[in-house]
Design a protein. Structure first.
Length: 290
């Protein structure tokens, strides 16, 4: 899988005058566009579109400093229809305009060309199971929060802390299937998951109930899920939970190309020990068998 992903990334280097064609890249990678975008974002820590933008502006920066072509020629070569659009993008990445870079020889930013390699880190076995589920609903309160790839998501934490015990009991009572209990449900609003972009986040239950007063309802179609369990001390949260996503996309999917992600909610179940020092968690990711 990683070898095919690297071949797909070569298109970024040779098609600089065209908008990023994620569908064409997905065909090279022999996967779906959704899975390509999700895999890239998880492995690279930035959305595919952001990487393409930064690579093109890196290449454009060297040409601007070289000074052998006009700014309009450089802009068109790297997919911009006008010098104004090119200048805005250039300034956003490099902190100065193309004209200033050409006149002063200022220091510019650089986005290296990415290539993914599979490395072995330790000898721990990664566990998973495949689950087929029929149609169900997520019922519970919802908030729109920013994406945080590493570290605390204070907006999400504030939302969860704002739910009183009575409301959490009502949510738990709605649960009538796996994964049981009160879940953290992440529903992306678009294909790219850039740091700071927003997602819909639910504290809800997987249920067959039609809904509940004062709560939101998210309909989930029948499908297949890969489930990743983990356990450990609470003191390691949230990094240990965030590593679930990193391990899933950095280890499991590359080693299991027969499965790929599909659009849908990702479910996180966390159960704490009685003394509150340890926790067991499960990450549910919607997939399809290729």
């Amino acid at each position: 899988m990683l070898e095919r992903l690297n071949k797909a990334l070569e298109l970024v280097e040779v098609r600089t005058t065209e908008p990023v064609d994620a569908a064409a890249m997905a065909r090279v990678a022999l996967t779906s566009e959704h899975h390509l975008r999700r895999m890239f974002a998880a492995l690279a820590g930035m959305p595919l579109a952001e990487y393409v933008r930064r690579r093109r502006l890196t290449l454009a920066g060297s040409e601007v400093v070289g000074g052998s072509r006009t700014l309009l020629e450089i802009a068109v070569e790297h997919g911009y229809s006008s010098t104004e659009a090119f200048s805005r993008a250039f300034r956003a990445m490099h902190g100065i305009s193309p004209g200033q870079a050409r006149r002063t020889g200022a220091v510019l930013s650089f986005q290296p060309r990415m290539a993914f390699r599979l490395t072995v880190e330790g000898s721990e076995t990664m566990q998973y199971r495949i689950v087929d589920k029929g149609d169900f609903r997520i019922v519970g309160p919802r908030a729109r929060v920013p994406i945080v790839h590493l570290g605390r998501n204070t907006a999400m934490e504030d939302f969860v802390r704002g739910l009183d015990k009575q409301l959490r009991r009502r949510i738990a009572e709605l649960s009538d299937q796996e994964p049981a209990g009160v879940l953290g449900v992440t529903m992306p609003l678009g294909p790219d998951r850039e740091e700071g972009n927003e997602i819909d986040y639910y504290q809800g239950a997987a249920t067959s109930a039609p809904g509940a007063q004062g709560m939101e309802t998210l309909e989930v179609s029948a499908g297949t899920w890969v489930v990743f369990p983990t356990s450990g001390p609470v003191s390691e949260h949230p990094r240990s939970l965030q590593r679930l996503w990193a391990d899933a996309y950095g280890q499991w999917f590359p080693a299991n190309p027969a499965y790929r992600t599909v659009p849908g909610p990702e479910l996180l179940k966390v159960e704490y020990s009685r003394d509150g020092t340890t926790a067991e968690a499960e990450l549910w990711v919607p997939v399809e068998h290729t």
